[in-house]
Design a protein around this ligand. Sequence first.
Ligand code: NCC
Length: 334
Amino acid sequence: MGGENVSLVFKLYCLTVMTLVAATYTVALRYTRTVSSSNLYFSTTAVCITEVMKLILSTVMLAKESGSPKKLVSTINEHVFCNTRELLKLSVPSVVYAIQNNMAFLALSNLDAAVYQVTYQLKIPCTALCMVIMLRRSLSRLQWFSIFMLCGGVTLVQWKPVDATKVPIEQDPLLGFMAIAIAVLCSGFAGVYFEKVLKSSDTSLWVRNIQMYLSGIVITLVGVLLTDGEKVLERGFFFGYTPWVCFVIFLASVGGLYTSVVVKYTDNIMKGFSAAAAIVLSTVASIVLFGLHITSTFACGAILVCVSIYLYGLPKQETPEDGNKEFKQKLISV
Ligand code: NCC
């Protein structure tokens, strides 16, 4: 996966898998947090084990990319063990993602999965703002408008009546919403920071992932000790793990790796747009295949998503400022 010129089909495949995994992940995670109040696993340990899984999978991918065990060892030595500076650089998104991933557990322990999915869409404008500030990406007014339209569209597409079934755990919706707000900020910042580091050098994606997951393991382990340390020592690290919990960890690992591939071949804003398109397409497919009824909120949302994609892709009207920038750029290159 070293070449940049991957086919459109491959990109679409990665985006679709990422989106389907994310949807399943949210529902499965909510289920594992609400199915029983006794024997509830420690969410901090699940976040930590996910980092371990992603580290193993990324090392396997790097081994495939390297071609020989000798090359793999020398690459890891050069970029990981003998490169403290890069490790520290990648520990920044690592800390932020660790907070975000823990917040997802907190939010889904206190809010319905559909409410979570809808509110979490605020990450789209937040990511766009981070792209503008951190990557100096310029967005026209029309593109900003289309980003907010997309946000509204995805919200409507995913709109479902709140599941009023009683769950056997205490829930605090305010805490849930605060956790989402923190997760939204973390997702925008960490996503764009990782993209910036990844695209500013030729270093392999799998090396970057290994650098990030190594510090991720240390950071999430500190999280386990600080939050659940005593209880973990008493009941064990894997207390309350069921096949469903293992399934959630598997989805979190696969979803994380697909996210990194998607960011490599597209960008964080495209990730938001394509994920929205994938949600619309997969719902339309299930309507056609399984004869489900189309709701008016879905239809309105789908229209908004399609129009926003079209508007975002329209060629930008050049402002005099853009013209100046291009002129200066040309001068520099001469
Ligand atoms: O929120 P989101 O992603 O931006 O979070 C990114 C997730 O990917 C992991 N990651 C990122 C970069 C990288 N190089 N390696 C990684 O493992 C981060 O640790 C973080 O978990 C989205 O755009 O909506 C998306 O949402 C998440 C997830 O649904 C939400 O965070 C809710 O908890 C999806 N993750 C999974 O499905 C597991 C992600 O695929 C898409």
